[in-house]
Design a protein around this ligand. Structure first.
Ligand code: SAH
Length: 254
């Protein structure tokens, strides 16, 4: 059975099965043998996942793809759901890894959901729009360093592993793609209030060209020599550790 790719579900199917095999090989199965695939589509990655010694769950939104997957992979659990709406706490696994050639229209939302459930996640091997992948993995002082870089890197080691051209998909997307791997680090507790940290990172980057002294105006009238030093920089010059320090100084000054 075949079906016409649906644009509204961000369907771009990987053509080359060698690339699919390579992407699956990035998972570190020794460390975690429970895997969730988001958006398996026609099973390009799934066909290689099933030969791993791992428990697998597929989460797919498209009923047509579900029919196809059920025929092809009768032994694995296939959940017909919108990943963004699915309650991940209903998954009975303590730790799992996530893989997927993510639909680009919701890739940032997928990322934020991953961040929310970070303590259940061992690693993520994901295909993103190249530009988004680079933003996630960027280091400070790069133009691409921003909110997702700081928030994700606070909890995950980020590596860009593979670039793919438009013509490696059917239909070809308008943008280039990259596969990245996020590996959960050992940080359980950031060392500062997480909600405040998110607020400060977001506010700092909201005016990324200005010194953060200006971006964080509502928090200023503080005197601390460390704070002066950081406040005279721009958001893109601060490391994750410095954002944590900044959050603590601001919190402790109340
Ligand atoms: N993994 C396949 C398909 C990638 S295309 C391949 O590499 O060829 C993206 C897939 O995500 C499609 O199958 C699409 O139906 C599915 N998808 C889109 N939005 C989704 C959502 N909110 N929840 C779960 N799956 C979704």
């Amino acid at each position: 059975m075949t079906f016409t790719p649906k644009k509204y579900f961000g369907q771009h199917f990987l053509k080359d099965s060698r690339k699919a095999k390579e992407i699956v090989s990035f998972l570190n199965i020794g460390k975690c043998d429970k895997i969730i695939e988001i958006g398996p589509g026609k099973g390009a990655l799934t066909q290689f996942l099933i030969s791993l010694k791992a428990d697998i769950k597929l989460i797919e939104i498209d009923a047509d793809a579900i029919d196809l997957l059920k025929n092809q992979f009768s032994n694995i659990e296939i959940i017909h759901a919108d990943f963004l709406k699915l309650d991940l706490n209903s998954i009975p696994w303590k730790k799992y890894s996530i893989i997927g050639n993510f639909p680009y229209n919701i890739s940032t939302q997928i990322l934020f959901k991953i961040l929310e459930h970070r303590d259940s996640i061992q690693e993520v091997v994901g295909m993103f729009q190249k530009e988004v992948a680079e933003r996630i993995c960027s280091e400070k002082k790069s133009k691409k360093y921003g909110i997702p870089s700081v928030l994700i890197q606070a909890f995950f080691k980020c590596d860009k592993l593979l670039d793919l051209n438009e013509n490696e998909f059917n239909p070809p997307p308008k943008v280039k793609s990259s596969v990245i791997k996020l590996t959960r680090n050992n940080v359980q507790d950031l060392g500062c209030d997480y909600r405040k940290f998110v607020e400060i990172v977001k506010t700092s980057f909201s005016q990324r060209r200005k010194k953060i002294k200006n971006a964080l105006k509502k928090f200023t009238n503080l005197s601390d020599s460390n704070l002066d030093y950081m406040m005279s920089k721009r958001a893109e010059e601060l490391s994750v550790a410095e954002f944590i320090e900044l959050t603590n100084i601001i919190e402790n000054s109340k």
